[in-house]
Design a protein. Structure first.
Length: 364
């Protein structure tokens, strides 16, 4: 295995393009790889501009690799992406939860399957264009994941599942740069991706129509059910639980004379519970499927700042050991729209302690 050989996952965007450039400048032997995760003959994907699944993304990555004079390959990841990301996404919505497919893609596709294939190419590292930093703590003999030097672009929330082995074999060269610096660098060396806009939506869902995507792939028909209040009284009909998420107010299709919000989803009863804004706040939650990075275990309560969705602010909390592979999080102040299925990531200053999946609300 060549310790100076690195496979860069190239999405066709400016970040991974500049990551490849920086690593080559640092003396690494760089190989560019674009992961084909969607059937190449799907007309929606072929026509889509800007998404990391599109044909234009592959061609942009190829042009960047040619410009940088590095080898470039397109690898088929359709099966693992379908099993670990698409099926998960559909199943979670059918369970009344709100999934985060980008985290699963990082967990199983980029840092598991791509790393495995990179090793087969005799590379020691994979690299991505994520805004995050990886450091080694010699005193505790652990690899650490730290926030980007630019808080506005920090992407550690989506990386908390990384194992010690994966961190050891991953490079993230953009961790100390701002987005503006990255674009300027791309422009200065003439990369075609320099002004390419960031992709916003989930890459495999057209027009942000999550419910339509789930409905198309669900094995059973999506059944309508009832909206109920917090006391179980029927308020009206809903069009299927896949259309709703905790905290939602718009698009409910029901008028009650005052604002109402989704406060719970019960897939067993096929009901969506509505309440007032105050009902959306929760103080305690159970987090499962835990992965810890900066420490090996949590055996006694610790203080940390907890982030419950990608766009949320961190909130101070105490984290308690619960059952195996589960933790109880008690916030200092109730948090709005704690959502089962979303990730909860634990921070101490700029350090990622670890995280897990929110499984249920324990106390309002």
């Amino acid at each position: 295995m060549k310790t100076d050989r690195v496979v860069v996952g190239m999405s066709g965007g400016v970040d991974s393009s500049v990551a490849a450039y920086i690593l080559k400048q640092q003396g690494y032997e760089v190989i560019g790889v674009t992961m084909q995760i969607w059937p190449g003959d799907d007309p929606d994907v072929v026509e889509r501009e800007g998404g990391c699944c599109s044909l234009t993304a592959v061609e942009d990555a190829r042009r960047v690799a040619n410009h940088l004079d590095i080898p470039f390959y397109v690898m088929n990841f359709q099966q693992v992406f379908d099993e670990k990301v698409i099926c998960y996404f559909v199943d979670e919505y059918l369970k009344g939860r709100t999934p985060n497919p980008c985290i699963m893609c990082n967990r199983y596709v980029k840092f598991e399957e791509l790393l495995r294939r990179s090793m087969a190419l005799d590379a020691y590292y994979v690299a991505t264009g994520h805004y995050a930093r990886i450091e080694y703590d010699e005193e505790n003999n652990r690899y650490l994941l730290k926030k980007s030097a630019t808080p506005a672009k920090d992407q550690t929330y989506a990386l908390y599942t990384m194992t010690q082995y994966q961190l050891q074999h991953t490079l993230m060269p953009l961790g100390n740069y701002t987005k503006e610096q990255v674009r300027d660098m791309a422009k200065s060396i003439g990369l075609v991706t320099a002004q390419k806009p960031d992709s916003q939506e989930i890459c495999f869902v057209m027009d942000d129509d999550y419910a339509g995507f789930v409905r198309e792939r669900a094995s059973d028909a999506i059944e309508a059910g009832y909206f109920v209040d917090t006391n179980g009284n029927i308020l009206g009909k809903h069009k299927g639980i896949i259309h709703y998420t905790i905290g939602q107010r718009k698009g409910l299709g029901i008028a009650l004379g005052h604002p109402m919000y989704v406060v719970d989803i019960d897939p067993e009863k096929n009901t969506v519970v509505l309440g007032r804004d105050c009902d959306v706040y929760s103080k305690e939650m159970l987090v499962e499927d835990i992965n810890l990075i900066s420490i090996p275990s949590i055996d006694s309560p610790i203080k940390a700042n907890v982030k419950i969705r990608y766009t949320a602010r961190e909130a101070p909390a105490v984290i308690y050991p619960e059952k195996e592979n589960a933790l109880k999080v008690v916030f200092d102040e109730p948090q709005r729209a704690v959502t089962p299925g979303q990730a909860a990531v634990f921070y101490q200053d700029d350090l990622v302690v670890g995280g897990g999946t929110i499984s249920k609300i324990l106390k309002k």
